[in-house]
Write a protein that binds this ligand. Sequence first.
Ligand SMILES: Nc1ncnc2c1ncn2[C@@H]1O[C@H](COP(=O)(O)OP(=O)(O)O)[C@@H](O)[C@H]1O
Ligand SMILES: [Mg+2]
Length: 234
Amino acid sequence: MLSVRDVTTAYQGLVAISNVSIEVEKGEIVCVAGANGAGKSTLLKSIAGAERPRAGSVTFDGSRIDGLAQHLITARGIAYVPENRRLFPRLSVRDNLRLGSYLYRSESNREEPLEFVFKLFPRLSERLEQRAETLSGGEQQMLAIGRALMTRPRLLMLDEPSQGIMPKLVDEIFQAVKRIRDAGMTVLIVEQRMAECLEIADRAYILQTGRVLMNGKAAEIAVNPDVRRAYLGL
Ligand SMILES: Nc1ncnc2c1ncn2[C@@H]1O[C@H](COP(=O)(O)OP(=O)(O)O)[C@@H](O)[C@H]1O
Ligand SMILES: [Mg+2]
């Protein structure tokens, strides 16, 4: 479904990711794990059109998308929840969700994803009139994911959804990711919390200082002795 080939992305001449290649098949949860500064966010930005790769290609459903404007990539069916979530803080939960569905104007199309979002995160349906800025960190992350789902994506990309969230809600978010996949979507998630991410993922890549260090089945990476020592503190 998604094929990233030899992508190199730099900021003002400083290379952040170098020759990165990843594949995502339809229906998978793929986790890209790595330490702070490894290039995880840069990878997602390079796919979402928020940064333009200096070299390499990104192909989605058989067509090249690198170089396309970000909104055109969204329109192709890729939803992206960035690290900082980019909610509209002064707007209500309801209006944040509504803004997510701007691509799908007909009411009938809007109801279906909204119902799914409410089933996934019942907390949001209880807080429809609350301003986004008054939600807890975990609830804001739920809203950001919910808003992304309102675009009815085929591929959902999440940048460290566990960041700044209390442990109880972290688990809720990871479980929601599984349910999103079970509902027929494909998920690419980047995370520093490798253990939890490997638990829900089908396959994983480990990114280290801008390069792919290792990739394989999540269950195999989770028991790899080098990974356990270096990343899982075991
Ligand atoms: N906007 C930016 N300008 C300059 N350098 C950046 C910018 N964003 C990220 N970098 C650098 O690129 C590298 C990878 O960063 P990032 O993709 O944010 O990693 P991660 O998400 O894994 O923490 C880091 O060295 C970081 O300092
Ligand atoms: Mg990051």
